[in-house]
Design a protein around this ligand. Structure first.
Ligand code: APR
Length: 269
């Protein structure tokens, strides 16, 4: 017999098999892969789809090494605007739930494609930033990395060595840091459960991470406003805004007695 739980998120009701919820409750290693959609409800635009960044802006000019070489000032003006926008934005209920997850599960990591720093602001500690961070700058001559808390004041910012600094993010055509890919793949392979939240899952190698989890016998749970490639192999797809779905789903997990037993260190609420 298949037991079905009814998960209510705002005005929607989702049927979730109880045995699947049980696997989530018993998971000792968990991860969340996030994309731009997790920050959409904080007011940070996504890249693709209606109103997406790449519909309005030319990625070749703004998000490639060639574009930066041609016009570092233009690229920095755009990144400065994004820094201002991201600084103003606040973590939303999806970010806060992901932070709560880390407090409740001892082996928990966030793998994020986002450069906005919102997971850190929400309280997460174990974060793999696959595509870098808008809050770091890197010298194009000696690779020195500088961390910043505020939007850049001068454009283009300069290193102590006099050379230009670039945003420490991964642009189109650039490889991810091998160390970051190794760590993300290790996490994905070790995850009993991976949540895939708010990503179109078309940019690799990030899009391969849930496949690693799936192939290693882990459970893949997708949260998105619309179907993606992940939907074809996810064990569960919950369609709706992450800020509604994720808190509702996580509440059904942590409220259960078996979760309390498995994770006795969870702060009682
Ligand atoms: N809740 C859940 N999902 C949402 C929400 C929401 N409120 N709003 C949008 N989404 C979903 C969209 O349906 C889409 O699948 O978020 C996804 C956003 O997809 P993209 O804009 O393609 O963002 P992402 O997957 O992060 O892009 C990957 O592409 O340009 C590069 O480097 C950039 O890291 C980025 C990478």
């Amino acid at each position: 017999m298949r037991l079905i739980m009814h998960l209510r998120a705002r005005d929607r009701v989702f049927d979730v098999p109880d045995e699947l919820l049980d696997r989530v409750r018993k998971a000792s290693s968990m991860s969340v892969l996030t994309g731009a959609g997790v920050s959409a409800e904080s007011g940070i635009p996504t890249f693709r789809g209606a109103g997406g960044i790449w519909e309005k802006y030319d990625y070749r000019k703004l998000a490639t090494a060639e574009g930066f070489r041609e016009d570092p000032r233009l690229v920095w003006e755009w990144y400065q605007l994004r820094q201002i926008e991201m600084k103003k934005a606040q973590p939303n209920p999806a970010h806060r739930t992901i932070s709560e997850m880390e407090q409740s599960v001892s082996d928990f990591s966030v793998l994020t494609q986002n450069i906005d720093g919102m997971h850190r602001r929400a309280g997460n500690k174990r974060i793999v930033e696959l595509h870098g961070s808008i809050w770091r700058m890197r010298c194009i001559r000696d690779n020195t990395v500088f961390e910043i808390d505020d939007p850049v004041a001068e454009i283009p910012p300069l290193c102590q060595c006099g050379s230009v600094l670039r945003p420490d993010v991964v642009w189109f055509g650039e490889p991810l840091s091998p160390h970051v890919v190794d760590e993300a793949s290790r996490v994905a392979g070790a995850s009993d459960v991976m949540f895939v939240v708010g990503t179109s899952a078309i940019v690799y190698p990030a899009a391969a991470l849930p496949i690693i989890t799936k192939n290693s016998g882990g459970l893949v749970i997708e949260v998105n406003v619309e179907p993606t490639d992940v939907s074809s192999y996810a064990d569960l797809s919950l369609f709706g805004p992450a800020g509604d779905i994720l808190p509702a789903f996580w509440n059904t997990i942590v409220r259960s007695e078996s979760f309390m037993k498995e994770h006795p260190f969870i702060p009682k609420r």
